[in-house]
Each structure stands twice: as structure tokens, then as C-alpha cells.
Design a protein around this ligand. Structure first.
Ligand code: DOR
Ligand code: ZN
Ligand code: ZN
Length: 458
């Protein structure tokens, strides 16, 4: 029996609205107690109800810190198999844990694509053998993400795929998209939609408009996203599928989701930290760390996303962690691949730009980064309550630091936030009752080994 005791933190539970200084006692993998001022000695030695304790008990001082349910990222790219030079499941998971995440959903645009049980099993096997992070794979909607033939949703779902997605692109053929939603509805698997009309996007590399013209770059219209958002909402309404809209970037997406929710469509949505904080004006046309898909939009779009998040129209914050090598990103703005990393910057960016400024409460941060994501994928996580799983993230809101890509555990250093001064340090990440990461601002340590670590994976 092992205890993890978190003393004096500001404990946040979005479901019950708890926001108070408390102590949290985790025994083995479950939360045993949340109380005022427990006596540590009682737990470690004398509590007869609980019995003898082992040596590996840990007491964490969380004074002045947020104690949240473990963060859940619905949208990451871990690149393995096939693109291990960009990221592996192990390096991505380390980045996740360092960023305060306890669960992630991994997109299927690997090589091979996660479109069949063998690749799915391979990914799950690697995750199981290299990390304590809970990695939920997402399966492709069509074979090889070619947009033609549906994958075997039932088998993939039965074997551990938490959702289906064509992320990286849309299923462009509406007939195939509709078949997919019908099947997904039948099985009860969520559809994660990347919304992009590829014909309309054409050769675009940044948001369409004056800024793109002045930089002599092809633009990506808002309609590239809006058209597919509208189509997919209509298909979800008609088929009854559970639709989750990835990385919303436009004001009309927010409006369409608002209308869909009012009409009772089973739809949820996510927004990334970068779409909430940056705009096309931050794009200089040379630094490809500002190139991602969807692109950074106008201020009016960003403001609508923030309002949508506050209003609950947008449910979740997800990173779309998309690591690329420095070589890839140095190809120039036109040629470089889309995407930026996000796992190790999400907490400080959201804290600094929204919580510290009073736009989101700490409780709302926990809701959008843990409680709501858990609901989207239907896992029993995201709650900081007695009896819940011991997934906890401890954040020091007052610790100030500079974002330094060289310190990232991710192989991807492709961030637009390099050098940015932020607050909100992830002090500890606890997964299933185990403290797997700790950082006091001077020293950090990660305990990443799983019980029966297979050396082959290192
Ligand atoms: O920016 C992006 N990067 N958007 C996507 O849709 C794909 C992703 C990637 O896989 O790099
Ligand atoms: Zn995408
Ligand atoms: Zn993505």
C-alpha cells in the first residue's frame, strides 16, 4: 500500500465546483480522502483502517499551487511508427507528462496509418512498455487515410481505439463521410473531425487576406474550415453520430457549433492554445514555427474562440501537438510542413494568457483541460473526488520562467513561443497514484519506467 499525500493545495474539481485549500490523500491508485489539514503521521503510521504502509509514500507540499484533476489532451501526434525522427511515443509521452498531462489521444496519421488492428496493437504495445502516460490511440476513418474505404470501426474500437479520425485532412467525399458517421453512430465511437476543404485550400499556407498578400503567400480562407464544419454537423444531425470538431479556428465555426448545440446535435469542439493567443499578424512569412493547419486567423476570429470557450460552446482546449524536425521547419514558410508542438507550453500559456488575466477561472481551466475532455472520450477521469482515479496535476501559478525549446522532452522544438516569459509551472504529474514527474523550478525529475520495462524500446 503506497500513499501520496498532497498538502495545502488549492484543490479544484470542476464537477462539484470544489475550489478550496485542502489536503488530498491518494492510496495506491485511488483518491481516498480530501480534507482540511490532515496529519501526515496518521496516514503513514497509525491509521489502522488502512493498515501498514510501504516505504514509497510521498508527501508533496502544494502550498500556493493549483491541484487539478490530471490534464487530458484529446489531440496529439506522436509520429510512431514511421516518423520517429520527429517524435516517438516515448518522447511524446515524456513531453506530455512534463506538460502536466495524464492522458492523451494520439492521432492516426503515422506510417503505416493506424487503420488496422496490427498497427493499433503495435502502438498500444509501445505505449504500455515505455510510459505511464495513458495513450489512447485514435483509428483512421479510411484505409491509409485515402478517403475511399472505411476501416473496420467495430474491430478497431473493440481493440482499444478511443475514436476515429482522418486528422491531417478531412474525408472529402461526402458519401464516405456520411457512411462513416452512420457506422460510428451504430457502434458508439466518437468521430474527431479535422475540417478542411482541400480543394478550396489549394496551395494556401497562411490565413487568406491582406496579411498573406503583403507577404506574397497563398491564403487559406475561413470557408475552407466552415464548409466542412457545416457539412459534418449536418451529417451528425442526420446520422446521430457523436461529432467532435478538432482545432476550431474561425468565428463562423463557433457560430455553427452554437446553432448545432441549440438544435440538440451531439457535437463538441476543441480549440488550441495557439489559436486562442496568436493571430495572422504574428506570421512574418519566414518563421515556419507560425505555420500550422488550420492557420492563425484574424483577431476577430481569435476573440470569438475565446468567447466561445468561455460560453461553453467550445468544450475543450487541446494542443494538436505536431512535432517536426528543425530541418523540416527550415524549408521556408511555403515548403515547411504544418504544425507546432504544444504539450510543454499549454499550461503556462493558458495560465498566463487567460487565468492570470481573469478571463478563465482556475476551475474553468481544469474543466476545459481535464473534465470536459474526459467526457468527450467517455473515460471516468477528470474528477478530483474521493473514489476517483489518482490522476492529478499540480501547477505553481506564481513561478515565472521563459519558454525554452531546448529544455523540451519532445523531439520537436517547433514552437512559436520560444523566449516568451510565462507563469504556471507544472510542479508534479501524478498518474494512477504515482508521482511520475516533479519540478521545483530548479531540478526536475521524471519517473517514466513502467513495471516491466522492455529495454528494446529505448
Ligand atoms: O498543423 C497541423 N499539423 N495540422 C494538421 O492537421 C496535421 C498536423 C501534423 O500532423 O503535422
Ligand atoms: Zn488536424
Ligand atoms: Zn492534428
Amino acid at each position: 500500500m503506497a500513499f501520496t499525500i498532497i498538502k495545502n493545495g488549492r484543490v479544484l474539481d470542476p464537477e462539484t465546483g470544489l475550489d478550496a485549500v485542502k489536503d488530498v490523500v491518494i492510496v495506491d491508485s485511488k483518491i481516498l480522502e480530501i480534507t482540511d489539514d490532515i496529519n501526515v503521521e496518521d496516514y503513514l503510521h497509525n491509521n489502522e483502517m488502512i493498515g501498514e504502509t510501504e516505504e514509497n509514500d510521498i508527501v508533496l507540499d502544494a502550498e500556493g499551487c493549483f491541484v487539478m484533476p490530471g490534464l487530458i489532451d484529446l489531440h496529439v501526434h506522436f509520429r510512431e511508427p514511421g516518423f520517429e525522427e520527429k517524435e516517438t511515443i516515448r518522447t511524446g509521452a515524456r513531453a506530455g507528462i512534463r506538460g502536466g498531462f495524464t492522458s492523451v489521444c494520439m492521432m492516426p496519421n503515422t506510417k503505416p496509418v493506424i487503420d488496422a488492428p496490427d498497427t493499433l496493437a503495435e502502438v498500444m504495445d509501445i505505449a504500455e512498455n515505455t510510459t505511464t502516460l495513458q495513450v489512447h490511440p485514435i483509428a483512421a476513418i479510411t484505409a491509409n487515410q485515402d478517403g475511399e474505404y472505411l476501416t473496420d470501426f467495430q474491430t478497431l474500437y473493440d481493440n482499444g481505439a478511443i475514436a476515429v479520425s482522418e486528422d491531417g485532412k478531412s474525408v472529402m467525399n461526402a458519401r464516405v463521410a456520411r457512411q462513416a458517421m452512420r457506422l460510428a453512430a451504430e457502434i458508439g465511437v466518437p468521430v474527431f473531425a479535422h475540417c478542411e476543404d482541400i480543394n478550396l485550400r489549394a496551395r494556401g499556407v497562411m490565413n487568406a487576406g491582406k496579411r498573406a498578400k503583403s507577404l506574397d503567400l497563398y491564403g487559406i480562407l475561413n470557408e475552407v474550415e466552415d464548409i466542412i464544419v457545416a457539412r459534418d454537423i449536418i451529417l451528425a444531425k442526420d446520422t446521430g453520430a457523436q461529432l467532435h470538431l478538432c482545432h476550431c479556428s474561425t468565428k463562423d465555426s463557433v457560430e455553427l457549433i452554437r446553432l448545432a448545440k441549440e438544435a440538440g446535435v451531439n457535437v463538441t469542439a476543441e480549440v488550441t492554445p495557439h489559436h486562442l493567443t496568436l493571430t495572422e499578424d504574428d506570421v512574418d512569412g519566414t518563421d515556419a514555427n507560425f505555420k500550422m493547419n488550420p492557420p492563425l486567423r484574424k483577431k476577430e476570429d481569435r476573440d470569438a474562440l475565446i468567447q466561445g470557450l468561455k460560453d461553453g460552446i467550445i468544450d475543450c482546449i487541446a494542443t494538436d501537438h505536431a512535432p517536426h524536425t528543425e530541418e523540416d521547419k527550415k524549408l521556408g514558410f511555403k515548403q515547411a510542413p504544418f504544425g507546432i508542438v504544444g504539450l510543454e507550453t499549454a499550461v503556462p500559456i493558458i495560465y498566463t494568457e487567460f487565468v492570470e488575466k481573469g478571463i478563465l477561472t482556475p476551475l474553468e481551466m481544469a474543466e476545459k483541460m481535464s473534465y470536459n475532455p474526459a467526457k468527450v472520450i467517455g473515460v471516468d477521469r477528470g474528477r478530483l473526488q474521493v473514489g476517483a482515479d489518482g490522476d492529478v496535476t499540480i501547477i505553481d501559478p506564481n513561478f515565472e520562467f521563459e519558454i525554452n525549446p531546448a529544455s523540451f522532452f519532445s523531439k520537436g522544438k517547433n514552437t512559436p513561443y520560444a523566449g516568451k516569459k510565462v507563469k504556471g509551472l507544472v510542479k508534479a504529474t501524478i498518474i494512477d497514484g504515482r508521482v511520475v514527474y516533479q519540478n521545483n523550478g530548479r531540478n526536475e525529475s521524471i519517473i517514466e519506467t513502467v513495471e516491466h520495462l522492455d529495454e528494446d524500446y529505448y
